[in-house]
Design a protein around this ligand. Structure first.
Ligand SMILES: Nc1cc(-c2ccc3ccn(Cc4ccccn4)c3c2)[nH]n1
Length: 234
């Protein structure tokens, strides 16, 4: 199946990068279809206005609902369709996780709504919820200037899980946060040369003793996880 990805933003140029590298390959081999749209194409005033002051006062500007609604009508349609997944990156969203990426990788159509300013008029999200399957997602506890970078990160996490996308799917299965893997951080990796600037690859990894190697890797993952992500060891 081909996944169709749409991006609505006042900076559609952010998504030119999707034509490069692995994602570009996914586009070339028909796994994904990418369409970036300029929200200002759905404005009608001379200044192509997309923002206004917040009702109730407060700092900054809020994105007007009208352009979003007209863009939805033009890009997605005016009939409800729960098979369309609409993603609003937002600092107040639910944390985006590998399991969410896994679920989204089976969806046929995803529309990213990339806000700017202080955010989007909430009625846009409320309207979208009456029409499509909506996800308000946060990348983490830090604030970006808009949703575009978050949309790119979510895209990469999702597209790489589409069957047929990655050359060696077995490498996916081994990754941390993959289903079935207990949530441990990745052990340290090494490759040739065996000695580099006075530092040697741990001998066990050169022993050819697969049992000992697996044991060393597990121990390293446990130590690293306990040290850096005690929250994963619950
Ligand atoms: N994990 C995340 C997601 C975001 C994000 C997503 C979309 C928008 C649209 C606008 N802003 C800026 C902004 C600034 C101040 C308060 C609210 N929002 C966004 C930030 N930041 N960090």
């Amino acid at each position: 199946m081909t996944m169709r990805l749409d991006y609505l933003s006042i900076f559609p140029g952010y998504f030119d990068v999707l034509d490069i590298s692995l994602l570009g390959k996914a586009v070339d081999n028909g796994l994904v279809e990418v369409h970036a749209h300029d929200l200002r194409d759905w404005t009608h005033d001379r200044h192509r206005t997309v923002d206004d002051t917040p009702c109730g006062g407060g700092a900054g500007m809020v994105m007007k609902p009208d352009p979003w609604g007209e863009a939805f009508d033009g890009i997605i349609g005016i009939e409800p369709d729960p098979s369309v997944h609409v993603i609003f990156p937002t600092p107040s969203g639910i944390p985006f996780t590998q399991s969410a990426a896994q679920e989204l990788s089976t969806v046929e159509r995803v529309v990213f709504c990339c806000g700017r300013y202080e955010g989007i008029d909430h009625r846009v999200i409320d309207y979208a919820r009456t029409m499509w399957t909506v996800h308000e997602l946060s990348l983490g506890d830090y604030v970006l200037n808009g949703g575009e970078v978050a949309a790119l990160a979510i895209t990469e996490a999702v597209v790489r899980l589409i069957p047929g996308f990655m050359g060696n799917p077995e490498s996916l299965a081994e990754e941390s946060f993959s289903p079935g893997q207990e949530r441990l951080l990745e052990y340290p990796l090494f490759t040739r040369p065996v000695s580099w600037r006075g530092m040697d690859v741990p001998e066990v990894l050169m022993s050819g003793h697969h049992g000992r190697i697996a044991e060393w890797r597990r121990e390293e993952s446990l130590l690293l996880t306990r040290d850096r992500r005690p929250d994963l060891t619950d």
